[in-house]
Ligand binder design. Sequence first.
Ligand code: SAM
Ligand code: DTB
Ligand code: SF4
Length: 333
Amino acid sequence: MSQHQPGLRHDWTQQEIEALFALPFNDLLYRAHGVHREHFEPNTVQVSTLLSIKTGACPEDCKYCPQSVRYNTGLEREALMEVERVLEAARRAREAGATRFCMGAAWRSPKGKELVQVAKMIEGVKALGLETCATLGMLDDEQTRTLREAGLDYYNHNVDSSEEFYGEIITTRSYQDRLDTLERVRASGMNVCSGGIVGMGESRADRASMLRTLANLPEHPQSVPINQLVQVEGTPLSGLEPPDMLEFVRTIAVARILMPSSYVRLSAGRTEMSEQQQALCFFAGANSVFYGEKLLTTGNPDTEADRRLFQRLGLKFEAAASGPEEQAHACGG
Ligand code: SAM
Ligand code: DTB
Ligand code: SF4
């Protein structure tokens, strides 16, 4: 992974980014699509499959999250999964055509014994020829090293919102805590996956500010998930007015312009989106999705529906970066 990214900007101002958001829709999409074509094959989408390896009872108070212990969402709390069960799910994901397997845990940060078990999962998933990703909460230096040594390719840790709006959504940790973990992951040489959520009642200025934080990091995150809030009954954010669908597409387009060589992932919320909206997101520069019937605890379009959509749009699944040959057959569009 490159330690510097020539030609990419890290000095975007709030005003410049808000001006992009304010462009006429056609101008914004034309520009974003142009940037996309310069940096990527425009008809190829990377697909990752998620698995919740430890569900519920999280001590954090993220107002959007069904897994926080503070909200009654009817979710059964579960212990950390057995390694073999995780590997079974990873094999199924590979057979369905995924090239990356992302393991998520409802933790503030991992504890010693837990991390040893997660390291075994990472080694096993990697041995299947899949890229590995994990999202386990905050990490210290030693934990970061353990994950890297286990062969972890990506660490997901979202900034979630703007620094200004963050305190409205989460009080049990600070924005700086998030940035500190991101810096540790980057410095370790692992790929960074970091993005946020649209539809939490934030303003356009907040969306611009969130993308400014991501684009002005020392390196652009290699992967930038843009989630639409999945509203879960029992969480404080359930019942909000869903975001304007064109505003969501604009957020994808601006992310693409600011971070030209990053994968921009059209992440949570696809179940609530029309296929037309998703098509617009792909045109605006999204080139990655979560693939498989479930995100962590909520639903995602089923794989058949995604295959049909990709076929209608002429989109291909990105092949694995490396790995056993048997993987290639599964990656049809
Ligand atoms: N506990 C770890 C953490 O917070 O970093 C990892 C798992 S956490 C579920 C990963 C990310 O999922 C969050 O940062 C948030 O961006 C996203 N997420 C959680 N609940 C969501 C929801 N209801 N809608 C959209 N995204 C959500
Ligand atoms: C990300 O940005 N979105 C994913 C993944 N990274 C870990 C999680 C979405 C979770 C949606 C709510 C749920 O299914 O629990
Ligand atoms: Fe816990 Fe992560 Fe959910 Fe926040 S987003 S409550 S840290 S699982």
